[in-house]
Design a protein around this ligand. Structure first.
Ligand code: SF4
Length: 397
């Protein structure tokens, strides 16, 4: 039961399905994009690119076909809010994808579903079939002459890297899921070389909601640079783990207070590729201009060994690096090796400084977001938990 994970009031539960789609279909395409652009919504997957700008670029791009791709490859450790949305409010996701198709001039939408969510496929297929019968997919969607759109579901195979949009597109094309060089960007040269938008599950659900409630409603919540509401997956050492809806700009302390984790030692915001925020910085805000996240908040109590945490994340990236580029492929292995040396008291301060320089080089030199963000956890743990870590370096080094 995913509904058991809901911890506070979530806006999607009170949104009328179809209403956002029908409202968008009653507008010129440019106006529908304008509503999303005016809301200043940034993509809810974590990268934070403005959704209206992305849609506008795709609408203006030339191609024989255009595609709307829903990134449901929810693989970031500690993230489970997209699973909830797809289970409880899938109609809003379909509405958002369909109105995006209308806005950019696409006829085809694809949900790229995380391989571990196979159990959702049957229900999604049945709901899509029902939408076809009701005229919400197919020819002249909802009676809108000339607007044809359909949605299919494709299943990933369990690779974390396929959450990166160009690797996801490669996978959809039947190739090995490896990130592409950018530019060109998917809005111009995406799936099968055609203009493509790739947006997160939550982004589409909010797009349908914004269409009903208006851009000003969304823009009036959150901060100037991080507007609106956001779903968070909260896990770890808290009394009430689960999915919460909060305004962007909430402080880490406020979030932990609600989840019953106010006495935590640290919170990893943004999953394995995010940042580890220590208790003394819990006044920081969760927002694109401060600590960004796609929705994952992992909480660590006082009894946790932060080197265990770092080892876990480093191990994850060694496993999930696609291996295309050296900084990421070798860098993550060296970081993992370094953390294990630290745990055994065999890492000198000089070598720890080298590892930090390596992490900073990976952030600059890696080809895609995975390698660029994979050292974040290591670097932030070293920065904020020096006392814990320095106590284990050889005294003479
Ligand atoms: S950064 Fe890592 S995941 Fe990205 S292309 Fe390079 S090796 Fe692959």
């Amino acid at each position: 039961m995913t509904s058991d994970t809901i911890r506070n009031e979530i806006t999607f539960a009170s949104v009328e399905p179809d209403a956002g789609l029908k409202k968008a279909l009653g507008m010129p395409r440019a106006d529908a994009i304008g509503v999303i652009r005016d809301s200043n919504m940034k993509g809810r997957g974590g990268a934070g690119f403005p959704t209206g700008v992305k849609w506008n670029l795709a609408a203006g791009a030339q191609g024989d076909a255009k595609y709307v791709v829903c990134n449901a490859d929810e693989g970031e450790p500690g993230t489970f809010k997209d699973r909830l949305i797809l289970t409880e409010w899938p109609e809003l996701v379909f509405d958002g994808m369909t109105l995006a198709g209308y806005a950019i001039g696409a006829k085809e939408g694809i949900i790229y579903l995380r391989g571990e969510y196979t159990y959702l496929v049957k229900d999604l297929h049945e709901m899509l079939e029902k939408r076809r019968e009701e005229g919400k997919l197919g020819t002249d969607v909802c009676g809108k002459k000339g607007f044809d759109f359909d949605i299919t579901v494709r299943l990933g195979a369990g690779a974390y890297i396929c959450g990166e949009e160009t690797a996801l597109i490669e996978s959809l094309e039947g190739k090995r899921g490896e990130p592409r060089n950018r530019p060109p960007f998917p809005v111009n040269t995406g799936l099968f070389g055609q203009p493509t938008i790739v947006n997160n599950v939550e982004t589409f659900a909010w797009a349908a909601t914004i269409m009903i409630k208006g851009a000003d409603w969304f823009k009036g919540i959150g901060t100037e640079r991080s507007t609106g509401l956001k779903l968070f997956s909260v896990s770890g050492d808290v009394d009430l783990p689960g999915v919460y809806e909060f305004p962007m700009g909430i402080t880490v302390a406020e979030l932990l207070e609600q989840a019953g984790g106010a006495d935590a030692k640290a919170a990893q915001i943004g999953g394995a590729s995010g940042h580890c925020v220590p208790a003394e910085e819990f006044a920081r805000t969760i927002a694109y201009e401060d600590v960004p996240t796609g929705g994952s908040v992992m909480v660590f109590g006082d009894h946790r060994d932060m080197l265990d945490v770092a080892e876990n994340f480093c191990d994850f990236f060694v496993e999930e690096s696609c291996g295309q580029c050296t900084p990421c492929r070798i860098g993550n292995s060296k970081l993992l090796e370094g953390v294990r040396m630290l745990k055994e008291g065999k890492c000198s301060m000089a070598y720890l400084r080298e590892l930090c320089r390596l992490g900073e080089t990976m952030q600059i030199a890696s080809k895609c977001g995975l390698g660029q963000s994979s050292p974040n956890a290591f670097l932030s743990i070293v920065e904020h938990f020096k006392d814990e870590i320095m106590g284990r370096t050889p005294a003479s080094a």
